[in-house]
Design a protein. Structure first.
Length: 135
């Protein structure tokens, strides 16, 4: 094998070995962006709901990487998606006008915003990584 071909093969191997680390790092950065935006959009009464948001680890699921944002506060889903006013009994299904409290969608909106921004962030991230790794 020629020296030039050997160098190319070595460079390719270096780049391919670092790609998983690059993607995991990128997903973590995107998750942190979602977390920050979600916290900013979370309404504050006592601060418990806002301070309870957590970000999981980047995990590989099949061919994809994913990261989970969650909130263990028992009322988090009600604030996120909306709910019936509490004066209703648990068996009631009818909702009179004005008895529904709209959701704030703080996590949903944050995820959507970061997903829209991801291509430009990925381009910047890849460019910096390739420059650093001789790509």
């Amino acid at each position: 094998m020629s020296a030039g071909l050997e160098a190319l093969a070595e460079r390719y191997l270096k780049l391919s070995n670092g790609s998983d680390e690059l993607l995991r790092s990128f997903m973590l950065e995107m998750g942190l962006r979602v977390l920050a935006k979600t916290k900013r959009l979370t309404p504050v009464d006592t601060g418990y709901l806002r301070n309870s948001w957590t970000l999981g680890q980047v995990e590989r699921v099949g061919d994809t990487l994913q990261i989970t944002i969650s909130n263990p506060a028992e009322y988090a889903s009600f604030v996120e998606y909306g709910h019936k006013r509490s004066r209703w009994k648990s068996g009631d299904t009818a909702i009179a006008p004005g008895d529904w409290v709209d959701g704030k969608f703080m996590a949903t909106l944050s995820i959507m915003e970061v997903e829209r921004e991801m291509p430009s962030h990925l381009h910047r991230y890849l460019s910096a990584w390739l420059a650093k790794n001789g790509g």
